[in-house]
Ligand binder design. Structure first.
Ligand code: 5GW
Ligand code: MN
Length: 334
C-alpha cells in the first residue's frame, strides 16, 4: 500500500471544500464548530457526516477547560469527553482502516509482561478494527497463545537478544524501520509502537489514529517547560534548548511513512551519538522529543494513553486507558 492515504489526509481535503460551502451559511469559524453546530444545519444527517466532515472537526475542544486541547500548530490533544467514540469507529470501519501494533518482549520482559499486555490489548486496543500485533522476541516459542477476535492477528518475529540496554533501545528503532519498509507499509494504514511493560485498562480506540502521534508524559504535562528533561548536552544529537511538550517514548504511532521517518531519525541519531561517545539523557526518548520538536506531531494523546497508576498527586486523567505496569528493574535488568 505504497502512498497509503490515511483518514487525516482525506479529512483535510474534504474539510477544505466544506469550509468554502459553510462560509456562506455561518459566521462561525468552521474549524471551531462542533457536532451540535453541525446538527443544527438543515443538511446534516448521518450520510453527510459519513462522507464529508473532517472527523476532528467533531471534537469538542471546550469540553475540558482545565487542560489544553489544541497545540499552537492546531493539532488536537485528545482527552476524555472531547470525542464521540462511535463517530471515529464508524468512519474507520467504513474506510477499512488497518492498524499494526509493534511490541518488543526480549529476555525476561516476555515472562514478566507480554501476556498481560496482549490480553488487555485485545480487550481495549482498536476494538472493532483489523489489528495485527507484531511481537519481537528472542524466544518465539514462549509467546502466549491468546484468543483473538475475527480480523485480528498476532505475528511473532525473532530478534537477537542484546545484553546492553543501549543496544536494545537502538535495535528497537532499527527493527521498527525495517518491518515498516518490508511489510507494514504494504498492509496497514497506521502503526503504533509500544513498550511491553504496560496494561490496557480502558478504550484506546480509533480516536488515537493520526498521521504522526505523540503522547504527553504524565509527569510533565502540567509542568513549566523549564522543567522538561530534554537532553541539554550540546554534544548529543538530541540536544535541545526549547520545545513544545515532553513526550513519552513508551507510545508513538502514525502512518507507516511518518513512523518510519521517526524510527530512522532516532536510530541514526543514537548511532551518531555512539560514534561521538555521548549518550542522550533519556536515550531514545530524548531523540524522540527532538524529532517531534523538528517535526510537529499532527495529533497528541493526553496522558490517559500512558498513565502511571502510582502517581501520588491529582491529575486531570479521568479514564486511564493504558497504564504502566509495576517496574521490576532489579529483577529484570540484572
Ligand atoms: C533491559 C534492560 C534495560 C533496559 C531495557 C531492557 C529491555 C527492554 C529488555 O531487556 N527487554 C525488552 O523487551 N525491552 C523492551 O524495551 C520492552 O518492550 C520495554 O518495555 C522497552 C523499553 O524498556 P523499559 O520499559 O525497561 O524502559 P522504561 O523507560 O519504561 O523504563
Ligand atoms: Mn517501559
Amino acid at each position: 500500500m505504497r502512498g497509503c492515504i490515511t483518514m487525516e489526509k482525506i479529512g483535510g481535503m474534504f474539510s477544505g471544500a466544506m469550509f468554502l460551502i459553510l462560509g456562506f451559511l455561518s459566521m462561525h469559524s468552521w474549524y471551531s464548530s462542533n457536532i451540535s453546530f453541525l446538527e443544527s444545519l438543515p443538511s446534516f444527517n448521518e450520510a453527510t457526516l459519513g462522507a464529508t466532515v473532517n472527523l476532528d472537526d467533531t471534537l469538542s475542544f471546550g469540553a475540558r477547560p482545565e487542560v489544553k486541547t489544541r497545540t499552537s500548530w492546531n493539532a488536537p490533544i485528545v482527552w476524555e469527553l472531547m470525542f464521540n467514540p462511535d463517530l471515529y469507529d464508524r468512519r474507520h470501519q467504513e474506510a477499512k482502516t488497518t492498524v499494526a501494533l509493534t511490541v518488543f518482549a526480549v529476555g525476561r520482559y516476555l515472562d514478566a509482561y507480554l501476556n498481560t499486555f496482549l490480553t488487555s490489548a485485545e480487550k481495549h486496543f482498536m476494538v472493532g478494527l483489523p489489528v495485527t500485533f507484531y511481537v519481537f522476541t528472542d524466544q518465539p516459542e514462549k509467546v502466549p497463545n491468546i484468543t483473538l477476535a475475527p480480523l485480528r492477528h498476532l505475528k511473532v518475529i525473532k530478534v537477537e537478544r542484546y545484553s546492553r540496554w543501549q543496544d536494545i533501545s537502538m535495535m528497537r528503532m532499527k527493527t521498527i524501520s525495517e518491518i515498516i519498509e518490508k511489510e507494514l507499509r504494504h498492509n496497514f494504514n497506521y502503526v503504533f509502537c509500544l513498550d511491553v511493560d504496560q496494561e490496557f485498562k480502558g478504550r484506546f480506540g480509533s480516536e488515537a489514529l493520526g498521521e504522526s502521534v505523540a503522547v504527553l508524559h504524565i509527569y510533565y504535562y502540567k509542568l513549566p517547560k523549564t522543567q522538561f528533561t530534554y537532553d541539554r548536552n550540546p554534544k548529543s544529537k538530541a540536544y535541545m534548548t526549547e520545545g513544545d511538550y515532553y513526550y513519552h517514548a513508551a507510545v508513538f504511532g502514525g502512518s507507516c511513512d511518518k513512523v518510519k521517518a521517526l524510527a530512522d531519525y532516532c536510530y541514526l541519531s543514537t548511532m551518531e551519538d555512539k560514534l561521538n561517545n555521548v549518550e542522550a539523557l533519556w536515550h531514545d526518548e530524548s531523540h524522540l522529543n527532538k524529532y517531534f520538536w523538528l517535526n510537529k506531531p499532527s495529533r497528541i494523546l493526553s496522558s490517559e494513553y500512558c498513565f502511571d497508576p502510582l502517581i501520588h498527586y491529582k491529575t486531570e486523567v479521568i479514564v486511564p486507558r493504558l497504564v504502566w505496569a509495576p517496574k521490576q528493574y532489579t529483577k529484570l535488568r540484572t
